[in-house]
Design a protein around this ligand. Structure first.
Ligand code: HEM
Length: 398
């Protein structure tokens, strides 16, 4: 059996290990010495780790052999199966997946996203105007979290007057700290969407919740539970990764002021900068699949029922694909990163995320003169997502 010389792949399931760059060392060794690596069961079930770009791409694009229906993140065995299995978009296999995706896809096309762009700019300007008036704030919660939440609320049909309520709840539900507080906030979010769902059942409008309530898959309406689970996933999917990617990116730019000034001088670099931010931050740390029939990869045989974990940040640092992969380069081209996944489950909000990030950084460059970090950045401790929990800053107007 292939051995990994020095490092400890077992640490990949330790959330605190992911609060630094250390996993990159392990992934690099796995890519070289053990590209299909078996992890014995612990408090997590046993699973295979894949770390090479081409393997992660191929598995993501083969939904028949590598199913999403039994969950797409590795969960402790004690937590049991994910309730979303076979019900939410991300956890459904073809052909049902396509029908479910078609119910909501129109809201995420390039054309639809473009129509939101001006209101996104206004929303960011308002957030930044408030932030520069304060003595200091948390870049993550007070700035980066705002735009994606505003956008997803608009798409879902949450009235403007209720966005602050939802903002407060998501802030609690996503923050580190007491699990009871997080879980209570999450329950309140579900309660909120339950009420919105009933309103839209009575009176459908032009929004995502109405599309889920009125749309049919295989000639049948979704159940109330399916509508709610999908609302929850859209809210989390639509806010969490953008918040994390944008705040990690800010930290990266604070460490590299030359790149920030270069972007200020040449906004034409924004599109390639956003792609590099996506690659560099790779805020979705892994996605998981379950094998449906025996398959051999690099001489290792995976059995039906085996879990396969795809480490996305590793794919995005694969030296076989990217020149100088450990260098942050806002002009990088080509940049075929997998930060948004690939294949059937390619991120539904991929275009939206890109436009949000472009708008966000261009407004930040326009209206903020200096950004000073006023305290230590606190990383998220998770094996599922990466980024910052907190980034204290002081902003001054331009
Ligand atoms: C930086 C921002 C984002 C990142 C890094 C990201 C990452 C990803 C990844 C890696 C996947 C693939 C999951 C898989 O293969 O199983 C995915 C799927 C998905 N994302 Fe995103 N995402 C981002 C923004 C968004 C936004 C703004 C939305 C808006 C609602 C969104 C909604 C979704 C949904 C619904 C899926 C499931 C699609 C399907 O299974 O067909 N994401 N995302």
């Amino acid at each position: 059996m292939t051995t990994v010389p020095t490092l400890e792949p077992a640490r990949l399931i330790d959330p605190s290990f992911h609060a630094s760059d250390a996993p990159h060392e392990v992934w690099r060794e796995l890519r070289t010495h053990s590209p299909v690596h078996w992890h014995e069961p612990t408090r997590y079930p046993g699973f295979w780790s894949l770390t090479r770009y081409e393997d992660i791409r191929a598995v993501s694009r083969d939904a028949r052999v590598f199913s999403s229906a039994r969950g797409i993140v590795l969960r402790p065995t004690a937590q049991g199966a994910d309730v979303g299995g076979g019900r939410t978009l991300a956890l459904t296999d073809p052909p049902r997946h396509k029908a479910l995706r078609n119910l909501v896809a129109d809201w995420f096309t390039t054309r639809s996203v473009r129509t939101l762009e001006e209101s996104m700019r206004q929303a960011v300007r308002a957030v930044l105007a408030r932030a520069v008036e304060t003595e200091g704030c948390d870049f993550v919660a007070d700035i980066a979290a705002r735009l994606p939440l505003y956008v997803i609320c608009r798409l879902m049909g949450v009235p403007d007057s209720e966005q602050e309520l939802l903002f407060g709840l998501t802030k609690k539900a996503f923050a580190a700290g007491e699990p009871e507080i997080r879980s209570a906030a999450h329950q309140q979010i579900l309660q909120y969407f339950t009420e919105l769902m009933y309103q839209r059942m009575d009176e459908p409008a032009d929004d995502l919740v109405s599309a889920l309530v009125t749309g049919e898959v295989d000639g049948e309406l979704l159940t109330e539970e399916e509508v709610l689970l999908n609302c929850d996933n859209l809210l989390v999917g639509g806010t969490e990764n953008v918040r994390l990617a944008v705040s990690s990116a800010m930290r990266t730019f604070l460490d590299r002021p030359g790149d920030w000034e270069r972007l200020r001088a040449d906004r034409g670099l924004l599109p390639t900068a956003v792609e590099e931010v996506l690659r560099w931050t790779s805020s979705a740390t892994h996605v998981m699949r379950t094998v449906t029939e025996p398959v051999v990869l690099h001489g290792r045989r995976m059995e039906a029922g085996d879990r396969v974990v795809l480490w996305i940040p590793s794919a995005n640092r694969d030296e076989q694909i990217f020149d100088d992969p450990y260098r942050f380069d806002i002009t990088r081209r080509p940049n075929r990163h997998l930060a948004l996944g690939t294949g059937e489950h390619f991120c539904l909000g991929g275009m939206l995320a890109r436009v949000e990030m472009r708008v966000f950084f261009s407004e930040l460059l326009d209206s903020v003169g200096s950004i000073e970090q006023t305290g230590p950045a606190v990383p998220v401790e998770s094996i599922v997502v990466s980024g910052l929990e907190r980034l204290p800053v002081r902003l001054t107007a331009r």
